[in-house]
Design a protein around this ligand. Structure first.
Ligand code: SF4
Length: 249
């Protein structure tokens, strides 16, 4: 649960953020992400994550790496809450890559219907499951290189599976997480989007808790999904408000 606290004016409510300032990127670090601030961010986020973790099927301890991989493929541009019952049913019916690879697309498509684009998603899952069977003996590989070799698995999904299913120190970065980094560390949006994206990935890897990557990544997703939302973020109950450049400006 996220506990609302009174903001500095003593009122409950969401805070309207000022327009983002454009600051130059520095050569030694991105925005205001100094080593001391990175360390504070990590510590605060992990502590908040422990107390505010959202419960999802794919976060349960006995969920297989295959369940995590299927989730990461389906959750693209889809709310986690919508994906949850679908993944639960899909994994109940097709517990491993061999079963999914042999399934009739129509039966997978029926399960995926609530998510939309169900035929396309069904084809996509079957291709991925077949690749797992052919290339990796029906197992989900643990290395980033092997995960990236699977169809429709990009950097985000590969890192998410490696960290969540195998506890490896791999960061994740999506629009929600990038938004938090940009706000906290005054990272400007520039026209050089690819360069900034690369730098954001570098920052994400530096901030990640190498000891607790799974919990850190979950906490980032939970903060971006429930507190540091795109419009009218709940700064008054954000654990990072004291160090957030955008809130303090
Ligand atoms: S990180 Fe926290 S304080 Fe900063 S903008 Fe987001 S919700 Fe507000």
């Amino acid at each position: 649960m996220i506990h609302a606290e009174r903001n500095r004016e003593g009122k409950r409510g969401r805070r309207k953020l000022p327009l983002r300032r454009k600051l130059p990127l520095r050569s030694s670090h991105i925005g205001t992400a100094t080593p001391a601030r990175i360390s504070a961010f990590r510590r605060i986020l992990l502590k908040w994550g422990e107390a505010n973790r959202r419960e999802f099927f794919w976060r349960e301890p006995d969920v297989s790496a295959f369940g995590v991989l299927v989730t990461e493929i389906l959750v693209v541009r889809t709310r986690a809450e919508s994906v949850e019952p679908v993944v639960r049913e899909l994994i109940r019916r097709f517990a491993d890559p061999a079963q999914l690879a042999a399934a009739k697309p129509a039966s997978i498509s029926r399960i995926l219907r609530p998510l939309g684009l169900h035929r396309m998603r069904a084809r996509l899952l079957v291709r991925c499951a077949r690749a797992l069977v052919v290339k990796y003996g029906g197992q989900v590989p643990s290395s980033i290189e092997e995960l990236l070799s699977l169809p429709y698995v990009g950097r985000y999904a590969a890192n998410a599976v490696a960290s969540v299913a195998f506890g490896q120190p791999n960061a994740i970065l999506d629009a929600n997480i990038a938004r938090i980094y940009r706000r906290v560390f005054s990272i400007p949006i520039t026209d050089e989007r690819l360069t900034v994206a690369d730098e954001l990935w570098g920052l994400a890897e530096r901030i990640l808790s190498k000891a607790r990557p799974r919990e850190f990544n979950w906490a980032m997703l939970d903060l971006g999904g429930t507190v540091c939302t795109p419009r009218s973020p709940h700064c008054e109950c954000c654990p990072l408000s004291a160090m957030c450049d955008e809130y303090q400006s």
